[in-house]
Design a protein around this ligand. Structure first.
Ligand code: GTP
Ligand code: MG
Length: 189
């Protein structure tokens, strides 16, 4: 299914992209969301360390796994690459219905997280904020962290979805939020 250019699928399907720092739990979330067996890898940027992986889901939409940023051991230049890559991706994806931004709910959002969210807001990109690894906190602590993160990012707590790829918490809520974005995009075109 790789496109002739070899770097992304040729597709008119609505697309949803997943962003977040390295190790935040993106791959785990994608597997939990779709179920590994129905997750078909459509394309892979060849010969690059920083790549976007595309998964086509039931001919309904495409999920794009954006490269994780902020990994401590990669060089400054490499760190500076994600923004142009992201800008190129956004510019080349008119079918993008929205972005799911992942944040580890145990941590303070990083500068990169804030820059990413600001950038998405600038673009007026529909954005879902998912707070990962909720199973690592007690219910009370998770709810307190969700409020604190929402406050520091000036988000409505209603805009955030606590998620665990271990327990499946948040899976249905995220699936339905994605379905809403896909439907809005489908109707708009
Ligand atoms: P990179 O692709 O390396 O940037 O990481 P990623 O964002 O895809 O994260 P990945 O899904 O590989 O998860 C990173 C680590 O966190 C793994 O050890 C996972 O098992 C763990 N992890 C991911 N999600 C959860 C979760 O919801 N709960 C718990 N307890 N661990 C999780
Ligand atoms: Mg991953």
């Amino acid at each position: 299914m790789a496109a002739a250019s070899g770097w992304r699928p040729e597709s008119d399907l609505p697309e949803i992209a997943f962003a977040g720092r390295s190790n935040v739990g993106k791959s785990s979330l994608l597997n939990k969301l779709v179920g590994r067996r129905s997750l078909a890898r459509v394309s892979r940027t060849p010969g690059r360390t920083r790549e976007i992986n595309f998964f086509r889901v039931n001919d309904l939409f495409v999920l794009a796994d954006l490269p994780g940023y902020g990994y401590a051991r990669i060089s400054k230049e490499r760190k500076a690459e994600w923004r142009p890559l992201l800008e190129m991706y956004l510019a080349k994806t008119p079918r993008l219905a929205g972005v799911v931004q992942l944040l580890d709910m145990r941590r303070e959002p990083s500068e990169d997280d804030v820059a990413m969210l600001d950038f998405l807001a600038e673009l007026e990109m529909p954005t879902i904020v998912v707070l990962t690894k909720s199973d690592k906190l007690s219910r009370a602590a998770a709810s307190e962290r969700a409020d604190a993160i929402a406050r520091s990012l000036e988000l409505d707590p209603e805009q955030t979805i606590p998620f665990s790829s271990v327990t499946g918490e948040g899976r249905d809520e995220l699936a339905s939020a994605i379905a809403t974005l896909v439907a809005a995009r489908t109707n708009a075109s």
